[in-house]
Write a protein that binds this ligand. Structure first.
Ligand SMILES: [Zn+2]
Length: 215
């Protein structure tokens, strides 16, 4: 089976998260909003009493070294609530910025807030992306009927994570999970995450890929 994962928003927890992924030789894609980063780390918002900070531009290349990068729009607006022209520049500028910054082609996209409609979806396609991830769940998730509506199997904290994983494994299909590293809030949750990635990596039937490799 093939396992793919992606993580949104470019927050500081991506640094310890990528350390865990490297330790277990797991591949992953990170979906970024370039206009929301400054040179240094920047406070973004609070959740459950924890402060969420964006990574600094100056550390992005080292944190994401060896991983794939996809677009998540320049500023994380609600796609369906802004003018289509504005949405187009959010998507196109993001792709160009990330390609210039990282020096490789940005093939994927993830909708901010998981929000899209026929208009906003077609703009993402026209801007040259090979797939776009939603926040809906579907099993089987691959191949998607529309590559601009690539639903994942589940969120990484889903109660059904291993049930879904085992069901995809029976069919030798593609298992796709996603999340935000800021959702990992405690030492116990970091340990659970480390154990989860270790178990996947140690499964002899698993081949790690990044979503863009599927298209
Ligand atoms: Zn997001």
């Amino acid at each position: 089976m093939i396992v793919v994962q992606c993580w949104d928003d470019g927050v500081t927890n991506d640094a310890p998260l990528t350390d865990i992924l490297r330790k277990h030789k797991a591949k992953a894609c990170f979906n970024l909003n370039p206009a929301l980063h400054s040179q240094e780390r920047k406070y973004s918002w609070s959740r459950n009493g924890y402060e969420i900070w964006k990574l600094g531009l100056k550390e992005l290349k080292s944190v994401y070294e060896g991983f794939d990068i996809a677009g998540h729009s320049m500023t994380h607006p609600h796609p369906n609530q802004i003018e289509p022209e504005k949405w187009k520049s959010e998507v196109a500028d993001c792709k160009k910025y990330l390609e210039d910054f990282f020096g490789f082609e940005v093939r994927g996209f993830a909708y901010p807030f998981g929000e899209y409609n026929d208009v906003t979806k077609e703009i993402v396609r026209e801007c040259g992306h090979s797939y776009a991830r939603t926040t809906k769940n579907l099993n089987p998730c691959y191949p998607p009927a529309d590559t601009m509506q690539f639903h994942s199997n589940c969120h990484f904290l889903s109660d059904k994570f291993w049930t879904e994983f085992e069901s995809v494994k029976k069919t030798d299909g593609v298992f796709y999970f996603w999340g935000h590293s800021y959702e990992i809030e405690t030492d116990a949750m970091w340990k659970d995450f480390d154990d989860k990635i270790k178990r996947i990596s140690e499964d002899k039937s698993v081949i790690w890929k990044v979503p863009a490799d599927l298209f």
